[in-house]
Design a protein around this ligand. Structure first.
Ligand SMILES: NC(=O)C1=CN([C@@H]2O[C@H](COP(=O)(O)OP(=O)(O)OC[C@H]3O[C@@H](n4cnc5c(N)ncnc54)[C@H](OP(=O)(O)O)[C@@H]3O)[C@@H](O)[C@H]2O)C=CC1
Ligand SMILES: O=C1O[C@H](COP(=O)(O)O)[C@@H](O)[C@H](O)[C@H]1O
Length: 495
């Protein structure tokens, strides 16, 4: 992993600093960084939004957000006081009245003094990113060393992503631009690279000769919460597949990079995206399934269907579930399906990558179970790596084989706490390390692949299939994988 240098004093300006992302993820992660000594005493956090909050209002909201975060548990009073003291709020209406920019400039007091860094975090809808960057430049706030962080999804298709990238690129160079995908900050995702490239035993098996297929799942029990407005413009394809799931696919499938360096890793991820077989025409019908949750029961509680969620119309074709079969047209992976699926309001929350090995070419145990076993890289919950292999069931009599797991639980193995994904990535931004961030061409290559699928879904025959909240998803997804006799991965059962 990249080595972190000592923290530097930084002015971290968070546009959208009062929004859902800031409250649920960014501010609690910053508190944790402060608690663990990763913020310089001189670091300030300036939240920007349109809503005229006082500093005290913001601190009140931030305190509640920090106290309510699961990784914080009980905030330490002295640390909390110190952290809240770093926060202030400035009202800027991006695209509206220009007066707020002067307030922001006054609060930053011109260019940073030597040794002080400046980071602009855009936790806002991507379509105002360009206007923010232009406003910052016009107010004289951008220096050659300042950095900008952009959230996903970056745009809503290739054309809008290009436009946003171009607008931001007029003010910030590629080196100054940090495109965040918080899945890249998850511990197990980084561990996937270590597993693949720091151990000798997997690489010889990591290809179409020994791997039957790969399943990448990000299943959530939560619904859209208060984000119906945003979600209606996105759907699961733009919200999860275009970024998180394709990034996981890249890390699973990429060639060994020449080093664990920023460009080397990004170059290899890009090649995977470029090698994805286009999903167009009949393949969309055959190889994709989309669904939308209806009413149901999740973990014992009755929940509303998506169309009943507040903040949007009672009709529409937004999907909350996607399953698809992708293929990578290169020497390593030709003919190996990569099944991707993600959904909200599923029966259980789990994010994992399952690599399913082929059966042995010839069994010397006729009549006994065969099976190639699976490697499961579990992102959440219970981060860990599980390898399932066949073993003999003890006892005399007929030989019986059974899949048994070899388990590596990170929590049991390492005493140290796994940082939150945003903690890790914010620390990297503060340290000016962009290895775990996406390059412009990667983001655009991902849209190039997802755009035709989204366009094909405009066909009235391909509207999302309703699945009950709390279920395993729409039946169409089972048909998609079942055509080849495969099934979605569940915990291995004795066979
Ligand atoms: N929420 C999440 O879990 C995740 C969100 N993201 C991404 O993060 C970004 C923000 O999402 P989220 O926090 O959910 O969105 P919210 O709608 O909750 O928050 C948006 C924020 O932007 C501010 N804002 C909006 N328009 C303007 C404007 N014209 N001028 C100044 N401030 C403005 C809002 O404040 P106000 O309206 O008061 O001005 C608010 O602080 C999006 O790109 C989203 O895709 C990414 C991953 C997860
Ligand atoms: O980016 C997003 O991710 C979350 C899921 O993140 P996780 O870390 O909890 O797996 C998802 O709920 C949200 O819709 C999406 O915008």
């Amino acid at each position: 992993m990249p080595q972190q240098s000592a923290p530097r004093p930084t002015d971290l300006v968070v546009f959208g600093g009062t929004g859902d992302l800031s409250m649920r993820k960014l501010l609690p992660s910053l508190y944790l960084l402060d608690r663990d000594g990763h913020l310089d005493p001189g670091t300030r956090v300036i939240a920007v939004s349109r809503d005229g909050l006082t500093d005290a209002d913001l601190r009140g909201k931030a305190e509640a957000a920090v106290q309510g975060h699961r990784a914080v548990r009980v905030a330490e009073p002295a640390v909390l006081r110190r952290f809240l003291g770093r926060l202030s709020h400035i009202t800027v209406d991006v695209g509206g009245d220009a007066s707020g920019w002067a307030d922001l400039a006054a609060s930053l007091a011109g260019p940073p003094e030597p040794g002080r860094d400046r980071v602009f975090y855009l936790a806002v809808p991507p379509m105002i990113s360009g206007a923010i960057c232009r406003g910052l430049a016009d107010a004289g706030l951008v220096t050659p060393d300042s950095r900008v962080v952009m959230e996903k999804p970056l745009g809503r298709d290739l054309a809008s992503a290009r436009a946003v990238n171009a607008e931001v690129g007029e003010i910030f160079s590629e080196e100054q631009t940090y495109r965040i995908d918080h899945y890249l900050g998850k511990e197990t995702v980084q561990n996937l690279l270590v597993l693949r490239f720091a151990n000798v035993f997997l690489e010889p098996l990591w290809n179409s000769r020994w791997i039957d297929h790969v399943q990448i799942t990000a299943a959530e029990t939560v619904g859209v919460g208060g984000r119906r407005g945003y979600y209606d413009t996105a759907g699961a394809m733009r919200d999860m597949v275009q970024n998180h799931l394709l990034q996981l696919l890249c890390l699973t499938a990429m060639e060994p990079p020449a080093s664990y360096g920023r460009e080397a890793v990004r170059d290899e991820k890009l090649k995977v995206l470029q090698a994805l077989e286009p999903l167009t025409g009949d393949r969309v019908r055959q190889d994709t399934a989309r669904g939308r949750y209806g009413r149901g029961t999740v973990q014992g509680s009755e929940v509303l269907g998506y169309l009943e969620e507040p903040g949007g119309p009672a009709d529409g074709t937004t999907e909350t579930y996607v399953a698809l079969r992708a293929e990578i047209a290169n020497w390593r992976w030709a003919g190996v399906p990569f099944y991707l699926r993600t959904g909200k309001r599923m029966d259980r929350a789990r994010s994992e990558i399952v690599v399913r090995f082929r059966d042995v070419p010839h069994t010397i145990f006729p009549g006994a179970a065969t099976g190639g076993g699976s490697l499961v890289i579990r992102l959440q919950p219970d981060e860990g790596i599980h390898l399932t292999m066949l073993a003999k069931v003890p006892g005399a009599g007929a030989l019986r084989l059974r899949p048994v797991p070899l388990e590596l639980s990170f929590a049991d193995t390492f005493a140290t706490r796994s940082p939150e994904a945003y903690e890790r990535l914010l620390m990297d931004v503060l340290a000016a390390d962009s290895t775990l961030f996406m390059r412009r061409d990667e983001v655009e290559a991902a849209w190039r692949w997802t755009d035709p699928v989204i366009a094909a879904w405009a066909d009235p025959d391909l509207v999302p299939e309703t699945y009950p909240a709390g279920s395993a998803g729409p039946a169409g997804a089972d048909r998609l994988i079942g055509r080849t006799g495969r099934t979605w991965y569940e915990e291995e059962q004795p066979r």
